[in-house]
Design a binder for this molecule. Structure first.
Ligand code: SF4
Length: 331
């Protein structure tokens, strides 16, 4: 194991400065993914910069009526927060569908966004992996790829982004607030994560040294009827084969507005704007929802072992839209 130094950042600026000066430094907060990676030598930082005691632990109302969620708020705190449960139940349920209570207690909002893929080849250093070592190859493309992508993959990487929380955040048009040496900037949630293309080693559009300070969720009144449906091999402590975040705004059985995003299918949470555009103005019924599901999956390119995901995703979309159109709730 390579020795590293440990330091506690005194402010966001201090953390940014240190992370920018030393490109081999890494930030640590809850550590629920990073410590796993350190244990198997996937990451070998020169220093760990502990940001866990910085002041980014508040959930506050924005002037527009949305929520600003600090990057260091725990996943448990977000899921249990009164305003989140009332106004964004889709977010609360997605968080509770992920990991275990103990992990959710430690895991932070910023860390959830930055967790890396759970592709088994990525974690097993006996195999090559373009995400770990660019140019070495992607054994998952022709190997065991049942859990892998059906949308947006490249010949360089077919991994999926594993977060549950990120799926409703993409559907809700959240914004990621980041801070670097050039100051603060905001990144639309759907632009935060990247598709693999020729740079699978990069999961996000963060610049070196930039740090997530908060996530802003805008007001979405019809999110109260939002639904998060997660389909997985067992009913707890498993990553999604397919998940769907859906929210339907109805007036006299006609769809006024809708949000639709999928997890477990791509290298980023997959928002389906085409399906949303198709649904607006249509009647809320099974035929319409099935047509929307076909549109959402029309670009799907399954791998050797995961063609089942295409039908699974279509059925999940139909079910999530149907339940949301009836007022939402647990599915
Ligand atoms: Fe590595 Fe991506 Fe291929 Fe998995 S899918 S082996 S993470 S390059």
């Amino acid at each position: 194991m390579k020795n590293f130094t440990y330091i506690r950042a005194t402010s966001v600026k201090d953390a940014v400065q240190r992370a920018t000066t030393d490109q081999n430094a890494m930030l640590i907060a809850g550590g629920t993914n990073l410590v796993d990676r350190l244990k198997v030598f996937l990451d070998e930082p020169s220093q760990l910069i502990d940001i866990s005691r910085l002041e980014m632990k508040r959930i506050e109302r924005t002037n527009e009526g949305g929520l600003s969620i600090g990057a260091l708020v725990s996943n448990t705190t977000v899921a249990d927060h009164e305003d989140v449960r009332r106004d964004y139940p889709i977010l609360s349920r997605a968080i509770l569908a992920g990991a275990s209570q103990q992990i959710r207690n430690m895991a932070t909002v910023g860390g959830n966004l930055l967790q890396r893929t759970r592709c088994p080849y990525y974690y097993d250093t006996a195999f090559p992996c373009n995400k770990r070592q660019p140019g070495s190859g992607c054994p998952a493309a022709t190997g065991i790829n049942r859990m892998h992508a059906i949308l947006g993959a490249s010949d360089q990487c077919v991994a999926v982004q594993p977060s549950d929380m990120c799926v409703p955040l993409a559907a809700l048009d959240a914004v990621v607030v980041v801070e670097g040496t050039k100051g603060k900037r905001q990144i639309p949630f759907t632009d935060f994560h990247r598709l693999p293309e020729n740079t699978p080693q990069r999961d996000t559009n963060l610049e070196p040294g930039e740090l997530i300070t908060s996530v802003i969720v805008p007001p979405v009144p019809f999110a109260k009827s939002g639904v998060y449906l997660k389909l997985r091999d067992r009913t707890s402590y498993a990553f999604a084969l397919v998940s769907v975040a859906a929210a339907v705004d109805l007036a006299s059985e006609q769809i006024q507005n809708v949000r639709l995003a999928m997890g477990g299918v791509a290298h980023k949470p997959w928002r389906s704007k085409e399906a949303e555009e198709f649904l607006i103005g249509k009647s809320a019924n099974t035929t319409t929802f099935q047509q929307a599901a076909e549109i959402a999956l029309q670009e799907a390119k399954p791998l050797t072992h995961n063609s089942f995901k295409v039908d699974l995703a279509k059925r999940a979309i139909r079910r999530a839209l149907t339940v949301s159109a009836k007022g939402g709730g647990v599915v």
